[in-house]
Design a protein around this ligand. Structure first.
Ligand SMILES: Cc1ncc(C[n+]2csc(CCOP(=O)(O)OP(=O)(O)O)c2C)c(N)n1
Ligand code: SF4
Ligand SMILES: [Mg+2]
Length: 241
């Protein structure tokens, strides 16, 4: 990323980035940084990242960052928000962290309408550990642990997180699915999520993202999988706004 296109809240002391070439995490983080800059919230934001490739972002921003145990980012940020309600609490995690080991925390926070913003990166795999099947792996998708393609009869259907949370959230909560294929729209969704938090409500944004390393895809095949296969199953939309 060139210096000019960096969000102001980007920490210039950190290394440029640690993600693989073509990874979507950097684009989600850029959208978050731009959203925070435009709302002028860097002075009171706390960022927490989960275990998984999200943890590579622990020193990206100028505001305080912390890193939690796998799946525990949501309750850690609920605790932070309760201790200091003036802070803007951003919980950043992968689909394994949010929809598998941390699912009960996510649903509980949504049910309680905890005023935090959860950003979940859906790359359809457990990326950091080598590309195992995740709750979001598509039907028929080959992964390290589903080498013949995901069998939904045996493993259940892939999780559609915002749709699932819609059944339990407060009417003024914010829920959306964005994509790294549309970074400015993703930024707008994150801004609306932060605004919902400032109005005292829970917010959740899932971002469709790329993992060419574990998908073992070329640049063009990576983008085609994101836009066609993932986009067909996971509809980009605002579900509550
Ligand atoms: C309690 C615990 N269980 C399991 C692990 C192993 N582990 C590390 S990262 C990870 C999965 C990460 O996948 P995801 O949350 O989707 O993030 P991604 O790397 O895909 O961005 C797992 C299972 C761990 N570190 N701690
Ligand atoms: S393994 Fe996948 S998600 Fe992790 S940094 Fe590499 S491309 Fe990104
Ligand atoms: Mg993942």
């Amino acid at each position: 990323m060139s210096e000019r296109s960096m969000p102001r809240c980007w920490n210039r002391e950190s290394k440029p980035h640690r993600f693989c070439p073509g990874c979507g995490h950097g684009l989600v983080l850029k959208a978050l940084g731009m959203a925070i800059d435009e709302l002028d919230l860097a002075g009171r934001t706390v960022f927490a990242c989960d275990i998984g490739c999200s943890l590579l972002a622990w020193d990206f921003f100028t505001f305080p960052s912390l890193q939690t145990h796998h799946g525990r980012t949501t309750p850690v940020m609920v605790g932070l928000k309760r201790a200091d309600p003036d802070q803007i609490a951003v919980a950043y995690m992968g689909d394994g962290g949010g929809y598998a080991i941390g699912l009960q925390h996510l649903i509980s926070a949504a049910l309680r309408d905890d005023p935090i913003t959860v950003i979940l990166v859906n790359n359809t795999v457990y990326a950091m550990t080598g590309g195992q099947m995740a709750p979001t792996t598509l039907p028929g998708q080959k992964t390290e642990t589903s080498p013949f393609g995901r069998d939904v009869d045996a493993t259940g259907i892939p999780v559609k997180g915002p749709e699932m949370l819609k059944a339990v959230v407060h009417p003024e909560a914010y829920l959306a699915r964005g994509t790294v294929a549309q970074v400015l729209k993703l930024k707008k969704a994150i801004q609306k999520g932060l605004e919902a938090q400032m109005a005292g409500h829970f917010s959740f944004i899932e971002a469709l993202s790329t993992c060419p390393t574990n998908w073992r895809t070329s640049a063009s095949a990576t983008w085609a999988f994101l836009e066609k296969e993932m986009g067909d199953y996971y509809k980009v939309a605002e579900l509550m706004h």
